[in-house]
Design a protein around this ligand. Structure first.
Ligand code: RAM
Length: 335
């Protein structure tokens, strides 16, 4: 019998360790937020702001990160939360189409489904909470690339997952911006995918550098990709030759100012991750409490004074936008 309890104890400890690797387990959660990938500071900041907003309102909330960036791992987490009978799931979708069936199933069971950061098919969720306008974000990225390489030469995009809606939208918006005559001398030579995984992103960067010796800039619209690309450029001593830009969390020095003394990444774009997480929780709670009707032209008003217009997004589904894309200045203000 003693042996049984010993084994049971070891198994429990093992299970707690394994579960907390995927996020923190909450007993009887009412709300769940499922992010795209683990070991990603951006995802953690978004998800923690979501959890905090839900808990401040008196609800239990579980944060979940998939084991890998594969869609199947997010499907597993959605099913787990369906079994827990949560009231609402908010999910940053890694594969626009692969997640749609399970999310529809959850909706049919009465669970409120919303997306944040990256969307799914429009009838597989109630509303999408977008971090910032994708057109403005895409245009800002191309302008940053132009500034990095003085408007001339070869550049490449290092993206995250090929089937993730936010990446596709930003790349599409970048292509549109690129058609303007002012970018005529810039040549986009390749688009590669690092899966929001540091090692894969670093490997893709090394391949780009080898394949295109004249490469002058890499644009990574992913916080993991931009970090990996900048590290590889520094590691290969290519500062000054190749510049990196994209969507990233600015590294802050001890005094809180944003700095890159190596000059590898002279500019990046971003938005406030906590504002995205918080708004997403407010939307989920308002839907569960039947205080929000998702209708085009309606304004969603939050208790802290925010006003968000419900409008149609690129895929035809309804969405709200959390804020504006930012170009953090040296003080890192706004982030
Ligand atoms: C990565 C993820 C996320 C994206 C940010 C900018 O962490 O790909 O979806 O929005 O970067």
């Amino acid at each position: 019998m003693k042996r049984f309890w010993l084994i049971a104890g070891i198994l429990t400890i093992f299970c707690i360790a394994a579960c907390s690797a995927a996020g923190m387990v909450t007993e009887n959660p009412e709300y769940a937020v499922i992010m795209k990938s683990k070991d990603n500071q951006y995802n953690e900041e978004v998800a923690e702001a979501f959890r905090q907003a839900a808990e401040e309102a008196g609800y239990r909330c579980e944060v979940l990160y998939p084991e890998t960036a594969r869609a199947q791992d997010q499907v597993i987490l959605v099913r787990r939360m369906m079994r827990e009978r949560v009231k609402a799931i908010a999910i940053a979708v890694s594969d626009e189409h692969a997640l749609a069936p399970v999310l529809k199933e959850a909706m049919a069971k009465g669970i409120v489904i919303t997306t944040l950061d990256s969307d799914t098919e429009k009838d597989s969720r109630s509303i999408f909470v977008s971090p910032a306008d994708p057109k403005e974000t895409g245009a800002g990225l191309v302008q940053a690339v132009r500034d990095c390489m003085d408007g001339e030469g070869q550049w490449a995009i290092l993206s995250a997952q090929a089937r993730s809606a936010n990446q596709s939208q930003w790349i599409h918006a970048m292509m549109e911006e690129l058609e303007k005559p002012e970018y005529q001398k810039m040549r986009l030579v390749d688009i590669v995918y690092g899966e929001d995984d540091y090692k894969t992103s670093a490997a893709r960067t090394r391949e780009l550098i080898e394949k295109y010796p004249a490469l002058r800039a890499i644009c990574a619209p992913t916080t993991v990709g931009i970090q990996a690309a900048a590290d590889v450029v520094r590691e290969q001593g290519l500062e000054g030759q190749i510049r990196v830009t994209g969507l990233g969390i600015p590294a802050k020095s001890e005094d809180g100012t944003v700095s890159d003394d190596t000059g590898v990444c002279p500019a990046l774009n971003f938005w406030n991750p906590a504002a995205l997480g918080r708004l997403s929780a407010q939307v989920s709670m308002a839907l569960v409490n039947q205080e929000l009707t998702v209708r085009e032209g309606e304004v969603f008003r939050t208790e802290d004074g925010g006003e968000y217009l419900i409008h149609k997004g690129a895929g035809g589904g309804l969405e709200v936008t959390a804020g504006d894309p930012l170009t953090p200045d040296e003080s890192g203000s706004g982030l």
